[in-house]
Design a protein around this ligand. Sequence first.
Ligand code: MG
Length: 210
Amino acid sequence: MEIQGIIFDFDGTLAELNLDFGLMAQRVEELARVEGFSGPWPAGYLLEVVKLVSDRMGDGFAGRAELVIEAVELEAAGRGRLFPFTRPLLAQGRERGLSLGVVSRNCGAAIRHLLPEADALNAFLPRERAPRPKPHPDQLWDACRQMGLEPGQAAMVGDHPTDMQAAVAAGCVAVGVTSGRVDEAGLREAGATVVLPDAGEVLGALGRRF
Ligand SMILES: [Mg+2]
């Protein structure tokens, strides 16, 4: 099936953010402990941990945890930058008639800080617009619907195993990039069918390999 659209992850794929996930998790746990959470801290990715903890803590905790997480994300966005290839890549993708989207577990405000034109993409689904974010396929299916594509017509480009897992589960072509924190082996293990040094290579690879 011909690829007619590209869904990009943001952090580590289109931008260099150096988000401190450890600090984020620590601040959320501190908040929960202050509010009376006891017992062992759940394992897993932070957004999913917040859901688990919120089930025990009751109304309001999720919103307060979100503020803590957003503060770290916005601070990182203030220090971050788009990769040099990002804007030319998006412009060339548009010129080729490709539908373009961004899906992220980051918040929209942090992404817009670096990419104010994000809302003008064919699909823009930051965390607050994704009830079930990656690695769940829903976020990608929503993006495909907005882009008017079947999942098999879209490539998902990302730097993290959750991007590849979501792509495989959704039925999109899984394209890994090693511009983030995970190497080629880790991305292939998570389901990547193609691994590139960075997303700047993706349009060339689209012509060549898909
Ligand atoms: Mg990423």
